[in-house]
Design a protein around this ligand. Structure first.
Ligand code: ADP
Length: 456
């Protein structure tokens, strides 16, 4: 036994004097109130650190900037040079059980009762009305908080990560009077994807806008004749041709509520989770109608149903079909105005059931651009960079860039920019006063760029 303790001591000796081994607080028996912020510290260490019970402290990760805010609590059950903290603190400080941490006096000395806590969740806010109430109870249990504190909350089987926002530089106390505001999940930035940043696709954009806008804005144009308005549009064509750009621009322009999802990102291996996410998305769209749901890379969630299709894939396709058909149960007039735009590089690998009327009843191909379109695309991309190319030079590059799609051309311009940077730096080193000081892309840079990018 003695040997063991000596071994233990040896291990402990290796730890710097001001660091403490982190242990995770065991889950508390139900009768005692959970104390998520407490940092249990050996009494001797408390004395050494001149800490009093209840002092606010920071638990700091010695190897990074992360720190967590907690409350010092003496314990006889904790060995010297060890601390016990809960999951919240471990995560906030970016630590793990067994790693070491430093303890610091908390530099914030202002404590204030909070009127308002703003909260960002990692997922969509559950529509269930009792969620905010439940959430508040959890916060009241937490009692104190600082800006940016992260914590986890499980609710009806889902785990949410919540990030708290309060005034900087205060320790906030959450009371029954504290109001909670949920910050809506950030919509993908649509701002920059105006039509101005899309080259050579004007006709496609106009056609697509009409397909989307009429059913959304004036569904009665269809319903008065007893027709169901179109529900979905499938954009297909090779990768990098601007399908995503178009969908986002159209969505932004229609002023509809937009939900953008990426096929592969929503697929979860956990049973039922993907379907639940899809249902949530369609529900959010219906509640906020008129809405557009944009599903990028839909082939990844709805591949052809055949023998090689997995159970998961079968379930997702079925769910997708049900959701798209769902609105048909209602009277035509009451149909929620939700339009779905989906993009795929491989329309043939898509489950054909999706392409039947009443589902993706419109299809639109975005093909490989011709020389004129390439010229438009290059001009659009270059309108955002410094260059001194003439119109003639743009035409020449467009002519030779056969087979290059929008994404390739964007890469060519990026490469040309790198060349220009190298030239400026070289001139700078050689102190060649005749050299350029400013970063300007020149024709030879573009030719170099072209040589460095192979069309996809
Ligand atoms: P897709 O969805 O068809 O695979 P994206 O819309 O994602 O292609 O395009 C990828 C990138 O290529 C865009 O972010 C943009 O930089 C560039 N790009 C593609 N097409 C165009 C275009 N017509 N005009 C300007 N840039 C384009």
């Amino acid at each position: 036994k003695k040997k063991q303790t000596e071994k233990e001591k040896e291990v402990e000796l290796k730890i710097p004097d001001d660091e403490y081994i982190v242990q995770q607080t065991p889950i508390q028996p139900e009768k005692t109130r959970p104390q998520p912020l407490r940092v249990y510290i050996n009494i001797e260490d408390m004395k050494k650190l001149k800490l009093m019970t209840g002092d606010f402290i920071f638990v700091r990760n010695p190897h990074s900037d992360s720190r967590a805010f907690g409350i010092a609590w003496p314990s006889v059950a904790i060995h010297k040079s060890k601390i016990q903290i809960g999951k919240i603190l471990i995560e906030n400080a970016g630590l793990e059980p067994g790693s070491t941490a430093r303890l610091e006096q908390c530099s914030i000395d202002r404590t204030t009762d909070l009127d308002l806590v703003r909260i960002k969740l990692n997922g969509k806010l559950p529509t269930d009305k009792s969620f905010p109430l439940y959430f508040k109870e959890v916060l009241i249990e937490l009692e104190y908080t600082v800006n940016g504190q992260l914590f986890e909350i499980s609710y009806s089987g889902n785990v949410f990560k919540a990030n708290l926002f309060i005034d900087d530089g205060v320790i906030g106390r959450i009371t029954r009077n504290t109001k909670i505001n949920f910050i809506p999940e950030k919509k993908v930035e649509l701002g920059n994807v105006g039509y101005k940043s899309i080259g050579g696709l004007k006709e496609s954009i106009d056609a697509i806008r009409d397909m989307v806008q009429v059913p959304l804005r004036n569904p009665e144009n269809f319903t008065k004749y007893g027709f169901a308005p179109p529900k979905g549009l499938l954009l297909y064509g090779p990768p990098g041709t601007g399908k995503t750009l178009i969908a986002r621009a159209v969505a932004a322009e229609t002023g509809a509520h937009v939900i953008i999802i990426n096929g592969p990102e929503i697929v979860s291996k956990y049973y039922g989770e993907t379907e639940a996410k899809l249902k949530d998305i369609f529900e959010e769209a219906a509640v906020n109608a008129p809405s557009i749901i944009f599903i990028d890379e839909i082939d990844s969630i709805c591949p052809k149903r055949d023998d090689s299709q997995s159970e998961l894939e079968k379930r997702i396709v079925t769910c997708m079909l049900t959701l798209m058909d769902g609105a048909d149960d209602l009277n035509l007039q009451d149909r929620p105005r939700v339009f779905i735009i989906a993009a795929t590089n491989r329309p043939d690998s898509l489950d054909p059931a999706l392409r039947r009327p009443g589902r993706f009843d419109r299809e639109f191909e975005i093909g490989i651009p011709n020389a004129d379109a390439r010229y438009e695309i290059l001009r659009t991309i270059c309108s955002k960079v410094h260059h001194n190319l003439t119109d003639e030079e743009f035409h020449q590059i467009s002519l030779v860039a056969h087979g290059y799609v929008g994404a390739d051309l964007a890469a060519v311009v990026r490469e040309a920019g790198l060349k220009a940077i190298q030239r400026v730096e070289k001139n700078h080193l050689e102190e060649d006063i005749s050299g350029d000081k400013e970063l300007i892309i020149q024709y030879p840079d573009m030719i170099d760029g072209l040589a460095n990018v192979r069309p996809s």
